[in-house]
Each structure stands twice: as C-alpha cells, then as structure tokens.
Design a protein around this ligand. Sequence first.
Ligand code: NAG
Ligand code: NAG
Ligand code: NAG
Length: 641
Amino acid sequence: MYLKRSLPFALAILNILDVTTAKPPNIVFIISDDQDARLGSLNYMEHVQKDIIGAGLDLSNHFGTVALCCPARATLLRGQAAHNTNITHVGGPGGGYPKFRRSGEMNDYLPHWLNKAGYTTAYIGKFMNGYGANSPPPLGWDIADILISPYIYAFNNVVMKRNGERPVHYKGFHQTDVLRVKAVDLLESFTADDAEQKPFYLEIAPVSPHVSGGGFPTTPQARHMHAFPGVVAPRTPNWNTADDELQQGKAAWVRDLPVMNKKVVEASDASFRARLQGLLGVDEIVEDVVALLAKKGLLEDTFIIYTTDNGFHLGQHRVPGGKGLPYIEDVNLPFAVRGPGIACGKVSTIPSTHVDIAPTLLDIAGLPRDQWPPFFDGRSLLPEWQNPEYYASENGNVDGIEREIINVEFWGSATAPAGKYTTHWEHNSYKSLRIVAQNGRQGWLFNRWCTGNQTELYDTVADPYELHNLALDPDVETKRLMDRLSALLLVTKSCGRESCRKPWEVLSEACAQSSVLASSNDFKTLDQAMDTRYDPFFESLPTFGFQMCLPYQLPSNEGPFFPAESEDLGREYRDAATEFAFWLNNGTFAVDTMSLHGDLGQRYMSFEDLSAGARDLTDEEIGWPSIECKAPDYCGTDDDD
Ligand SMILES: *[C@@H]1O[C@H](CO)[C@@H](O)[C@H](O)[C@H]1NC(C)=O
Ligand SMILES: *[C@@H]1O[C@H](CO)[C@@H](O)[C@H](O)[C@H]1NC(C)=O
Ligand SMILES: *[C@@H]1O[C@H](CO)[C@@H](O)[C@H](O)[C@H]1NC(C)=O
C-alpha cells in the first residue's frame, strides 16, 4: 500500500531532479573563413543543407559587424563590438593575437565562461592572426590545437600547436583533412564510455575557403580540384558595374576602379570555383561530425552551429575579390543552427549579429546571468531561435531591443585578392549603419568613410544591390532621413552595452531633455523618428566625421562621442595594449612535398594514419634558440589577413 502510493511520487521527484540537474547540451561550433551568404556558396554544401539547415534554423538576416577575420573572431569570443575590443585588424597596431593577449581580453572570454558552466572546451583550427611557433597558447581552453603562422594559408603544409606543446608538422596531408580527423577524434574521446560526464563545447575553425598566400585562390583537397567545372561567380546586378556614373557614386578606392577586364574576370571566377571546391572539404567535416554524434545517440542533445567570420565579394562593384567592405556581400553571413528546442526546417528573418553569439552560447550552457560578464553589447538569441515567428512579428518586441539596427565598422587597409591582379588599398576605414527592413518597414545602408567623410546612402528595399548612392544629391526628404541616420550612427559607432541594443532610446532621451523641443517625446523606430516635429532636434546634433584615415582606432580621430561617456570604448574592461610586438617567425621553414594532398584515400583516413605522418618541429624550424622569448606576450608572427 505504502509502496504503491509512494512510487509515482518518488518518480515525480526523480523527474524534477532530472530537469534541474539535466546536463546542458553539447555545442559544436563550426566556423569557416571568408564564406559568402550572398553568392550561393551554401548551395554547394550538401551536408550543411541537409543536416544543419534542413534540421534546424537558417538565419537569413545574420550579420558580421566587422568584415575581417581577426576582429570578427575577437568580437565572437568576447561578445563585444570591435570598437570595444579594439581588436580592429589582423596585425599591429590594430589587432592580432598578441594584442588580444596583451589587452587582458584573453583572461575574460568565451572558454572561461563555458568552463564556469561546467563545460569541457576545445578549439581546433585557425584562431587569430599572429599566432606562431613561439606564441604562448590561448588561455581558457582544455584543448587548443591551433594552426600556426606562417603555415596558416599553406593548405598543403600543415603545422599545428596543441596547448603549449611543441608544434607538429603533419607532412603529406591537406589542412582540412587534418582538422576533420582531429575533430572527430576529439568527439570520440568526449563521448567515450569512460569519459568525464561533462558537456562539451568544440569549435572547429577551418581556413577554407580563404585565399592561399599572395591573393591566389584557396587550395582544395586533391579529390575536389575538378569539381564544378565551368561554374563562374554569379553575375549579380552589381557585378562588374558597367555604368561609370553609378561606380563613381561610390566612395574611397572603390569609386575609381576600372571595369574588370577578361583576365581579371577569369581570375575572379577561378577563385569562386576553388572556393566551392574547398568548401566540399568543410562539408565533409559537417558530415563526419553529424555521423559521429548520430552513432553515439547524441544528435538530439547537441547544438550544431555553422557560420563564418565574415562574408566575401567576387566582382561586385568591380572589386574582383575580398572582404572588408560595408556592402551586403561582406556583412550578411551564413548562419544555421540545429539543437534541442530549436525551430526545425525554418528560416528566421530576425536581424542578429556576431556580437550576439557569446551571450547566446552562455544561455544555451545555462550559465546564470549574474555570472555573465558585464560588457556584452548584444543579446541572447536563444528565445528567438526557439520561437522565430513570434519574435519576427510586430508583437514580438517584448524587450524593446532595436533589432533592425546593425552597426558595421572597419579600420585600416583592405586587399582585393585576384591572383596576380591582387591589389591592396590603405584607406578603407568607415563607419556603417544598416537598418534591416522588417515587417514592411524601410531598409537603409548608410556609410561614412575616412576619405574626406564621403557619405553613402542606399535604399536596400528598392535597390538591394546597393548601386544608387542617394547621398550625392539628396532632396529635402532624403536630407531629413540622413539627419536621422547620421544621429543614429553617432550613437552606434561608439555604443556600449545597452546603447548598442537600444540606440533610438539614447536619442529619444536626449531629445526629451533638449531645449530645442518643448514637450517630451518618444521614438523607437525610424518611422516614428521621421516625424517633422523632431526636425529641429536632429538638425541640432553634431555629425560624426574622421579627422584622417588611420589604420587603427584612435578616439581623437573619431569624435564626437554621443553620449559623452561612450568615449570610453570598452576600456573599462580591458588593459591598454599600445605596446606589443609582432615577432617575425625567423625559424627555418618546414617544407612539405610539392604535391597536392587530400586524395580520395585520405577522405577516410584514421587518426592513426594522421599521427603516423606527424613529427615535431626542430629547434631550428621553431627559431630556437635564436629567439629568446623573454616576454612571452610579445611573441607572435605577422602574416596575411
Ligand atoms: C570630417 O568631419 C569631421 C567632424 O565633423 C571634421 O572635423 C573634419 O574636418 C572632416 N574632414 C573633412 C576632410 O572634411
Ligand atoms: C586602440 O588601439 C590603438 C593601437 O594600439 C591605440 O592607439 C588606441 O588608443 C586604442 N583605442 C582605445 C579606445 O583603446
Ligand atoms: C632570429 O632573430 C634573432 C633575434 O632578432 C636574431 O638574433 C637571429 O639572428 C635570427 N635568426 C635567423 C636564423 O635569422
């Protein structure tokens, strides 16, 4: 009798215990390098399509906020806009691994927070530019097996350093194969029967489809080199713009570009094909990761995220290749996620950015909010991923976050890789603001460049290929619109925390307090802000402009600041890092054979096959003992972006 009654009760308690002590989900985060969302690259990735997009949620309005590898990765790992990390380029003085370390940001970023949430953390692949044989390993990861410079873009000459150990040369293998085999091996060990019962976070960061050294196309595995014959870069309406007048309406170096000739077009198309071929290797990583998790019965307990660091263009606006521009091809990113509770087989149009990813991962990991760092500029996307239709609707904006406003920024030089026609441009600094059209509202792209404060305005609804610069000859209405966008840019270009999430609120409060306007007022959208009674307020605000073109972020070059305290630019949460050096790796080069690796046999190689071909770098190759690394923070190497 007693037993009969207490059994369901005991089971109920067990259930409650089960819920409260449930192990948080595992997370596999796969990040390719320089992959476009707008040129169709995802259409060539069968497993990303079937196993992630088809089994999860595709974010069609996900954006990068800085279109360059190292700053984008720092933003992902810290949950902050680049103007707050101050990791703004691939090398010094703007950014690079030594600066991330020197600034102390490496003491307070993603893996530490996930450790607090009880996770085992691992990183495999490309971390940040400037990580070399002599660099101390990144902190926080249980396992950090990182590609080192100067081998990062040498796809058939793989050298990696695991934790603080001596770098290892994997002679005879293609980089993407090495990363795949290592990732699967790690997953095997995390899920082995005798493994620690901890959730894991595994980040896999292949370099493909990034260009090889010198601006030449990426190098795919040998088995993929002949895929997609005859495929050329898509001739989008903004591809190789024929109209000189349209072209000259653009800004900085782009406006003066000539029409790409036949040779340049061929180089650009060859790059496009090589990228698709290289991505087949990345797709195999997805295939094997999913297969292993399925085999272990863990597919339903694991989040799998697929994205990239920044986008890419090939021929748009006459630029034969590259990234770093504020136009849609470089900032709208592939982003797909599957996992427990995530909407399945759907597309979400809710705007989001890479700044939001760190808080989202902590939300998935179940780290209590009082243990989150105080400096996040974004929001957790988890509720939106679980319920995209609701958050996309007019009623969904329960938290007042101004999701449609996207801040994009850049400092310093840009490269336009096109094989032997590669060009390099010094002055590519700009501040950019995008209003993503949602619920039938307006959509705009507004840019201000360091080159004489040139301004661009595109109506992204009527002109989605961003061809007609409306800032050149604005009529009265356009002028009023530009006053609003200019005011928003003044806030977003140096926002921090809440002001990044709600820039209209900053302006609306200032408006309420301003003597220009009598009654108190409230606007939360562009439509509301366009009311003519706010004209005097918006006209009274200063405009943002650069004093000059600099390759890094200097506050005195980028004023004014609104509100004034935003001039702090995240300095409260990091150390000054003005003194750090990049050491050129002066060891001798570990040479591989000249042949192309990654034949069909290596598609199914084992971890043992990989290990059999591995050897430690010699002292001479590392640059020892000639390099005495007295101050480990200063060690690193310079390389391509
Ligand atoms: C750009 O704008 C800033 C701020 O208004 C101003 O100080 C600077 O002189 C402008 N530069 C040029 C070249 O007009
Ligand atoms: C960003 O870094 C540059 C280069 O090291 C430095 O001069 C500048 O003061 C830094 N800016 C901020 C806001 O920390
Ligand atoms: C490497 O750099 C060190 C320090 O700058 C220098 O003393 C040494 O001669 C260099 N070695 C080689 C092989 O270039």
